[in-house]
Design a protein around this ligand. Structure first.
Ligand code: PHE
Ligand code: FE
Length: 278
């Protein structure tokens, strides 16, 4: 496989036509595993009172603290729980391949781990973000169904030239989503859960707006990829997220295409602000 773009750092030469590669767990170094433990420990300590229950329970059961996990081992447990499996990939892969994997309940996990000097921030997703951030949520039945539906929706959006609108949905749910609970707002988005600074910012900071999820509002909202979010969207439940996104998006895409985008920090009429406290 040729690289997706030659500025990505993964080993694309080793991947198959579906971008999958063997994990070759022995190729990780002791330094990689030590850095994994430091990342894991810092992040895990941040989560009580911030991450949603489904995430925290699955993370604890995964027992992935000691070393970079063996994907095949996690896949066996995940397969039993929700029918998903994990595959190793060199890094970011082209949209249509990513969607195809999701549509078949396979989650692509980047092979490599960041360098120690990238402890707090990296621009590309690595195995820590992909595994620590995304994998625990795949053990939740409704969320697992949502991810597959998203993959199918991605293949369709590509045909309809609507990937920009659909990617905002991924961003504001799978990566940066918040969940309303009886104890207050909790995080389920992987981009927050794997970030050293954003966990607290997303819940406690007075700066960002936290708005009730609205499919159309989300699909129109631009986002920052290089700093903490200005707006988070709050869902009622994962079941509700599945039902809110179950309809045919084709007419929606057509209607929203004509409307202007909403800036990341903008407030618009109809926004329902949510308090982080119950
Ligand atoms: N219902 C969407 C469509 O018709 C598919 C989808 C479901 C997309 C869930 C994202 C999330 O395109
Ligand atoms: Fe991610």
């Amino acid at each position: 496989m040729e690289a997706v773009a030659n500025n990505l750092r993964g080993d694309y030469a080793r991947a198959g036509p579906d971008y999958v590669l063997e994990q070759r767990w022995d190729d990780y170094t002791q330094e990689d595993h030590a850095l994994w433990r430091r990342l894991y420990e810092r992040q895990r300590a941040l989560l009580p009172g911030y991450a949603c229950e489904a995430y925290r329970e699955s993370l604890a059961r995964l027992d992935a603290y000691a070393a970079i996990p063996k994907l095949e081992q996690t896949s066996r447990a995940l397969k039993l729980a929700t029918g998903w499996t994990l595959v190793a990939v060199p890094g970011l892969i082209p949209d249509e391949h990513f969607f195809a994997h999701l549509s078949e309940r396979r989650f692509p996990v980047t092979w490599w781990l960041r360098k120690p000097e990238e402890f707090d921030y990296i621009a590309e997703p690595d195995v820590f973000h992909d595994f620590f951030g995304h994998v625990p949520m795949l053990f939740d039945g409704a969320f697992a169904d949502y991810m597959q539906a998203y993959g199918l929706g991605g293949l369709k959006a590509a045909r309809l030239d609507a990937l920009k609108m659909l990617s905002r949905l991924y961003w504001y749910t799978v990566e940066f989503g918040l969940l309303k609970t009886h104890a207050g707002l909790r995080i389920y988005g992987a981009g927050i859960l794997s970030s050293g600074g954003e966990v607290v910012h997303a819940i406690d900071s007075i700066r960002p707006q936290r708005l009730m999820f609205s499919l159309e509002r989300v699909m129109r909202t631009d986002y920052h990829i290089d700093r903490f979010q200005d707006t988070y969207f709050v869902i009622e439940s994962f079941e509700r997220l599945v039902s809110d996104t179950a309809g045919d998006f084709a007419p929606l895409y057509q209607r929203l295409r004509a409307l202007p985008a909403i800036a990341p920090d903008e407030a618009v009429p109809g926004d329902e602000r949510q308090s982080a406290q119950p």
